[in-house]
Design a binder for this molecule. Structure first.
Ligand code: IPM
Ligand code: MG
Length: 364
């Protein structure tokens, strides 16, 4: 019997629509090869939703996403919506989606392909062999803590943001990271700032309490500032790295530089498993790059991050590991055949976003 899957497509803004279109080609290739019936629904988010509906994510659209098996998103934001009040900005749509779908863990793998290692601004001998996954807590911490806001005091304007974590919020993402480490090289680095922050001291205690359940995983604690340094000095030493929301936001942008182009990197944001015996998780899948408005519509965007995000979707939300591997192999084969978008072309003649998508689909 054919596997059925309900997928929401959220192309979003800037280069979003053109890169999502390439992942859809991969989807069609998988449907043909593996007897999977994908039913897709397109939903507006970010600036596109502001233009169409006046808000970055409508409640009824969030409801559609919550019912779907998975959501594939392009990117949100752009200068057209820069002067909108904070509560209605495109990014708010993304934050509301993550929170609303309960996606507490954001997985950002950074694997350096040998043939592209030289395109990184970091020395080839340093980046070569890097294969790590950052697990970023996604629905807590300073992004969501209250109070948050600005007011005027007798001494002038003052603003506050609040970093708050409960132990269950830390424990679930830490457990997920340990589980992931178990399926890989069995090393986990937990990043915190326990020498200064109370939330980090709680974080470290919880990690220590959970660690005995995973005696097969080697654990180390790294302070976030030291981690910023070690990521560019010895990135290949890391396997799975887990951290709170804002540390993860910052360090994953840094880590993206290792791979050569930020356009190469996928991400998965996932919530709880469907059941005790069903490991699939509902999730939101998106490349880690932004909407790159100045590049939109020129066929210059690299669709690899989005296509690999779709592979993560197949694996984590649908349990289709073979199809996911096929897509990953097809991307690798395309790059190794010298077919490159302009960001990773080097001395080669680049192909368009669309042509690259065709070449990947052909190899699935
Ligand atoms: C990311 C982005 C988002 C974040 C923005 C767009 C809200 O930078 O996914 O890393 O800060 O989480
Ligand atoms: Mg970010």
């Amino acid at each position: 019997m054919a596997t059925k899957a309900n997928i929401v497509l959220m192309p979003g803004d800037g280069v979003g629509p053109e890169i999502v279109a390439q992942a859809v080609k991969a989807m069609n290739a998988v449907a043909a090869k593996y007897d999977v019936a994908f039913k897709t629904t397109e939903v507006a988010i970010g600036g596109a939703a502001i233009d169409a509906h006046g808000v970055p994510l409508r409640p009824e659209d969030l409801a559609i996403c919550k019912k779907a098996d998975a959501v594939l998103l392009g990117a949100v934001g752009g200068p057209a919506w820069d002067n909108i009040e904070v509560a209605l900005r495109p990014e708010r749509g993304l934050l509301a989606l993550r929170k609303g779908m309960g996606l507490f863990a954001n997985l950002r793998p950074v694997a350096v392909n040998d043939v592209l290692a030289h395109t990184s601004p970091i020395k080839t001998e340093i980046v070569s062999g890097t294969d790590l996954v950052v697990v970023r807590e996604l629905t807590g911490g300073i992004y969501f803590g209250k109070p948050s806001g600005q007011r005027t005091t007798s001494k002038g304007r003052a603003a506050v943001d609040t970093m708050r974590y409960r132990e269950d919020e830390i424990a679930r993402v830490v457990r997920l990271a340990f589980e992931l480490a178990r399926t890989r090289r069995k090393q986990l680095a937990s990043v915190d700032k326990m020498n200064v922050l109370a939330t980090s001291r709680l974080w470290r205690s919880i990690v220590e309490e959970i660690a005995p359940n995973y005696p097969d995983v080697t654990l180390e604690h790294v302070l976030v500032d030291a981690m910023a340094m070690r990521l560019v000095r010895q990135p290949s030493r890391f396997d799975v790295v887990v951290m709170e929301n804002m540390f993860g936001d910052i360090l994953t942008d840094e880590a993206s530089v290792l791979a050569g182009s930020i356009g190469l990197l996928p991400s998965a944001s996932v919530g709880a498993t469907r059941g005790a015996t069903d490991n699939r998780r509902r999730g939101l899948y998106e490349p880690i790059h932004g909407s790159a408005p100045s590049m939109a519509g020129q066929g210059k965007a690299n669709p690899v991050g989005t296509i690999l995000s779709f592979a993560m979707l197949l694996r984590s939300s649908l349990g289709l590991d073979d199809a996911a591997r096929d897509i990953e192999n097809a991307v690798e084969a395309t790059i190794e055949a010298g077919i490159r978008t302009y960001d990773i072309a080097g001395d080669l003649t680049p192909v368009s976003t669309d042509a690259f998508g065709d070449e990947v689909a052909k190899r699935i």
